[in-house]
Design a protein around this ligand. Structure first.
Ligand code: HEM
Length: 214
């Protein structure tokens, strides 16, 4: 780390820790199968699921959101000047760089999507991050625009499995960004290193230096 830049490196135990807890949750879940499952195992599995689903995702949302704002200093400045834009900014940052890039569904009955016939049992990989940049849904999809209205990103999924923690995650990003913009000045992104992960998109490290002129 040089004296003129900050190297913000994520604590390395986080990814491995979440993987471990997902494993424990699966084992706990195995124990709760059957009609006479003991209640503590249910609670343990549910608690670990909430932790695993809600920890790395939100960490990545805050990192990705911060990096995107710093890389778009006019947008950061707009939010600093007009904190009332915070809710829209959160929605836009969720769209612009989604922490969960892919999701999956198993086809239950024959159906057709666009020109593709799907049969029961087939597994479909949904590209949430790509859908969030669909030009038919979002004007100038590759631009970060915190004043965008009517935007409905797919970052929390859709349908009956829509993310249980969405309100909490939105609130966490709103608070984190608000505090950052209140306390710190302008920073320029020097380098961003991503965790090599196909599904969960997040930063391993973010190098910034102070004082970008607008
Ligand atoms: C930025 C943060 C988060 C993102 C991007 C995210 C994303 C998602 C996505 C894409 C799904 C799958 C939805 C689907 O299959 O249609 C999901 C499900 C879920 N999320 Fe989140 N999540 C986040 C934070 C959280 C938090 C903080 C919690 C809990 C405290 C949480 C708990 C859950 C649970 C329990 C499910 C499963 C819901 C179900 O199957 O009915 N998530 N999330």
């Amino acid at each position: 780390m040089s004296a003129s830049s900050w190297h913000l490196r994520r604590r390395s135990f986080a990814g491995r820790g979440v993987a471990l807890w997902v494993g424990v949750a699966i084992l706990a879940g195995v124990r709760i199968h059957g009609p006479d499952h003991p209640r503590p195992w249910c609670l343990l599995a549910a608690g670990i699921l909430l932790f695993a689903a809600g920890f790395e995702t939100t960490t990545n949302l805050i990192g990705n959101g911060l990096a995107a704002l710093l890389a778009n200093p006019h947008q950061a400045d707009l939010l600093r000047q007009q904190p009332a834009l915070a809710a829209g900014a959160v929605e836009e940052l969720l769209r612009y760089d989604a922490p969960v890039q892919t999701n999956g569904r198993t086809v239950l009955e024959s159906t057709r999507i666009a020109d593709v016939e799907l049969e029961p049992g087939q597994v479909v990989l949904t590209l949430l991050g790509a859908a969030n940049r669909d030009p038919d849904q979002f004007t100038h999809p590759d631009s970060l625009d915190i004043t965008r209205t009517g935007s409905r990103p797919l970052s929390f999924g859709a349908g009956i499995h829509f993310c249980l923690g969405a309100p909490l995650a939105r609130l966490e990003l709103q608070i984190a960004l608000g505090r950052f913009l209140e306390r710190f000045g302008e920073y320029e992104v020097v380098a961003a290193e991503h965790v090599p992960n196909f599904q969960l998109r997040g930063l391993a490290a973010l190098v910034v230096k102070p004082g970008l002129a607008l």
